[in-house]
Design a protein around this ligand. Sequence first.
Ligand SMILES: [Zn+2]
Length: 129
Amino acid sequence: MKPDELSEFRTMLKLLQARLRGDVEQLQEEAFAGSEAGNESRSSNHMAEMGSDAWDLDFSLQLVESDQGVLEEISLALKKVDAGSYGLCEACLDLGKAEAKARIPKARLQAIPHARNCIECERIKENRR
Ligand SMILES: [Zn+2]
């Protein structure tokens, strides 16, 4: 992944982390108030750049459901950013695939920045449940 892309995802992860650590009720309010909320300026510049205000809303709602688990996933993902392994599918790497073949598609990372697995591996995991 290019350094500028990596820092973009790092910013997204930090932003989500900050929100999750904040008051959940406030998060819900923000989500339902939509992108016009006054205190959104911090994040909306960045999200607007990425052209994904809708992502912001959907993701906020999703976070309310399982904030603690997601917080852990986010801090793991941030460690991977620092370690240089961010954006690689853990399951693919476990299977011995080369890094070039284990990349999680960028569109998936934009939807779920803390995703550990590519879509195929995620499906396999879900089928096993
Ligand atoms: Zn995979």
